[in-house]
Structure formats: C-alpha cells, structure tokens
Design a binder for this molecule. Structure first.
Ligand code: FAD
Length: 411
C-alpha cells in the first residue's frame, strides 16, 4: 500500500495516522478535515473550555514537534468516495468540496458525528440563542451567551447537556433540563441510576423536567429572531434566553452515500442516517482497502453478536491501532477482543465513570460508598454476571471493576 487518505482530522483520524506510521507505513499520507482547525480535543468543550478556565491552544491534540509526514487538507469536507467500478481494486478517490479529488490505495473513514438538531430547527444557524455543541466554534458561540443571570434551557438529559448545565450553573445561570424519557440518562444508565444523577443536578438548583417533550421553540421577531422560550407538549412554557439542544449525535456519513460502503440502516434524522459505517471486529468495511474508526464507525462486537457504535473518547483513541493493522495487512491482522466501552463525565466537580453495556432488565446495586453522599459505585448485573459499572467519585474502585468487566463477556 503506497498511499492512504484519512478522512476526518480529529481524535480518531489523528490516532489512525499515528498508528499507520507506528506500524511502519512509509507511503503518502493525506489527512482531510472539514474544519479549518488542526486536531483538538472535544471533551473540554462542555467543561473547562466552556467555563473559560482553559483556552483554545490548550485543546491541541498534537504535541509540539510531532511530525507525521502527512499532507493536511483542512477546511475542505469530503463530499464523496469513489471506490472503483465493477469491483476493480483500483485506487480509491476521495472527492472534496472544492472539486478536487485525492486518490489513495487505502482510506480511513474518521468523520465522527454531528450534533442532532430539533426537527425544523437548524440549531445555531436558525433562531439566535439556540445552540448545539460539537465543535470548538460551537463552544465559542455558546460561551459568549452564558452570562450570569440568564435562563438556560437544556433540551436532552444526556452527558453533554448535563455537562453544559453544570458549567452554566458554575457561571451563574438559571438552568432547566428538559428530557422526554421518564428519567435523565435513562438510555445510558437505566432509570434508577439516571434518576440519581438527575438528583445531583437538583442539588445544585437545576430544574430537571422528565417525561416532557419539547413541542416548539418560541422566538421573538418575525422569523423567529431570538429565542424567548420553550413550549412543552403539555402546554407549559419555559422562559429561556439561551437554549442548548443536546439530543445526541448522528454519524457524519452522508458523504458516503452511493459509495458502496455499507452503512447501518437506522432511520434517517435531520438527513443524516442514524447508524454508522458497518465494520467487522477489526474495523474493515465491506470495501477492500477501506476501514472506519471513531464515532462514525459501528464495529462488530463478537461479545454482543451485533454491530455497535460507540461515541466515546477512549474508543476513538484505542480502535485506530487495530484498524491500521487491518488496513496494512489487507484484513489478515488478528483482532484483539474489544474492551467494554468506557466513558467519563465531569459534573459539579464530580468524576462520573461508566463502563460496559446495560439494558432494560439488568439489576443494579450500590457496592461501595453511598448515593446520598454523592460518592458511590454501582454494579449492573444480568443473571448474576456483572455487565456494567458506574462510579461517582470512586476512581480507584471503578478501575478495579472495569478490569473485571474486561474478563467477562458483556453480551
Ligand atoms: P470527531 O471528534 O467528531 O471528529 C470528526 C472530524 O471529522 C471532525 O473534525 C469533523 O469536522 C470531520 N468531518 C466530518 N465530516 C467530514 C467530511 N465529510 N470530510 C472531512 N471531514 C469531516 N467522550 C468521553 O468519553 N468523555 C467525555 O467527557 C466527552 N465529552 C465530550 C464533550 C463534547 C462537547 C463532545 C462534542 C464530545 C465529548 N466526548 C466525550 C466524545 C468524544 O469527544 C468523541 O467520542 C470523539 O471526539 C470522537 O472522535 P472522532 O475523531 O471519531 O470524531
């Protein structure tokens, strides 16, 4: 393999490029990114960066002096992938928005995910004061609006919404979280622990309204102008100066449509297919010479017996090593068993950690600490087998349990 194009110049793309060089790839490496920025870290965007405690330079993912001997094409999104016709294994071509194309023997798809928007509202591009949070530019726009005394409504009680709520309280805003599900974080943590985490927000004076669907955003002025409030399905009207739409992310794979690369068949939302790039357990797609990593990729997980897309930092850092080996070996590299997915979140100075897979019907018990003290470790079990673990300010115990999970199947 003499040339490789990495599409997506962020966490997973950078780690893929590093892994390729580390594994001996000496050919032409081109890294293509839609954003004009060099790779930067996203977790601080809802935490220290949003709070103003660190600046944009602190987000850089590349240490000074790192040289991957790559050509960087930044600020130019890929618009298509031509994988060669009639099954010929000619070079692939990545088509770019400026009309040029990059030909390469191998392609790494690392285009991540885009924040979901409410139907009919193009997030920050629509009504003023309405934001989503995915990029540093989103964070700068949101940060400028988080002024003390303002009323922030966060739509969606997921991790990013919860972190923004926490940061906004720190900055002196009045905060309400609205969630359609009966409990916050219910999809990720189940209703019981979701309710516990929700109550940690209530401790800090945040209103948490669960089971409440948003019907519409209310704006001032003829075209929506600036947001003024949020109308709930039950007729309640929440006054708002700023709204964060934190209802999840969709894999950024629209540019692959028609390429022949197999995509998951989840229903499309906001024009973006709801699943991701289907990969085997080593990151290979159905197209030879094309692998996918990071938030856009749904790798096959043998322990679950299905494809599984993970939107966490650790997966975007770890999986590129296996994907690079897959690409350079033509798919013959041995694939290590996947570690259970892991995420962390920082809220109100507390470190929240979760690893594993939980689903309705799992039991959950607090094994360490005390929920009332806001420092505890809870273990999820299925037929007496631990399948997931949640820690709140229990870093040491959490690490021990996370290791235990890695040794048992979590399917
Ligand atoms: P991304 O970081 O999304 O990067 C994809 C890149 O591809 C982007 O730069 C995008 O512009 C580019 N791109 C998209 N389409 C194209 C195209 N057509 N052509 C070229 N380039 C394209 N995870 C945790 O585990 N813990 C946390 O506390 C945590 N906090 C987070 C807070 C925020 C605000 C956000 C947004 C995410 C957070 N995450 C957290 C998730 C973590 O940041 C992601 O899992 C990680 O960034 C995924 O890396 P990625 O490279 O796959 O995707």
């Amino acid at each position: 393999m003499r040339s490789i194009a990495v599409v997506g110049a962020s966490l997973a793309g950078l780690h893929a490029a590093r892994a390729l060089r580390d594994q001996g790839f000496g050919g032409t490496l081109t890294i293509i990114g839609a954003e004009p920025h060099r790779p930067y870290d996203r977790p601080p965007l809802s935490k220290e960066f949003l709070a103003g405690r660190i600046g944009q330079d602190d987000l850089a993912l590349e240490p000074e002096g790192e040289d991957l001997d790559a050509e960087w094409l930044l600020g130019v999104p890929a618009t298509g992938l031509d994988t060669g016709r009639d099954g010929h294994r000619d070079k692939h071509s990545v088509l770019l928005a400026d009309g040029t194309r990059v030909s390469a023997d191998g392609v790494v798809i690392a285009t991540g995910a885009a924040a979901a928007t409410l139907p009919g509202n193009a997030a920050s591009g629509g009504t003023a004061g309405v934001h989503t949070l995915r990029s540093v530019d989103d964070a700068l726009a949101l940060r400028a609006e988080l002024l003390p005394g303002r009323r922030l409504v966060v739509i969606g009680a997921g991790f990013i919404g919860a972190e923004v709520a926490s940061t906004a309280r720190e900055l002196g805003l009045d905060v309400t979280i609205v969630e359609t599900a009966p409990a916050p974080f219910a999809r990720a943590l189940g209703p019981e622990m979701g309710a516990v985490l929700g109550s940690m927000h209530e401790d800090r004076g945040v209103r948490v309204l669960c089971g409440s669907a948003v019907q519409a955003l209310i704006g001032t002025g003829p075209d929506g102008g600036r947001v003024d409030g949020v109308l709930l399905g039950d007729g309640r009207r929440l006054p708002a100066d700023v709204v964060l739409v934190g209802i999840g992310a969709r894999p950024a794979v629209g540019w692959l449509e028609g390429s022949g690369v197999a995509l998951g068949e989840g229903p499309a939302r906001d024009g973006v297919p709801a699943d991701g790039v289907l990969c085997d357990a080593g990151g290979a797609t159905n197209v030879p010479g094309v692998v996918a990593v990071g938030d856009c990729a749904a790798w096959f997980d043998p322990s679950l017996g299905r494809h599984h897309r993970v939107e966490h930092w650790t997966g975007a850092v770890q999986r590129p090593t296996a994907a690079a080996a897959t690409l350079l070996s033509g798919g013959t590299a041995a694939t290590p068993p996947p570690a259970p997915p892991y995420l962390w979140s920082d809220q109100y100075g507390m470190r929240i950690q979760f690893a594993g897979h939980t689903r309705p019907g799992d039991t959950v018990t607090v094994e360490q600490g005390d929920v009332a003290e806001r420092s505890f470790l809870a273990v999820y079990r299925r037929e007496d087998r631990p399948v997931a673990v949640l820690g709140v300010d229990q870093v040491r115990q959490f690490t021990r349990w996370r290791r235990t999970l890695s040794t048992v199947s979590t399917g």
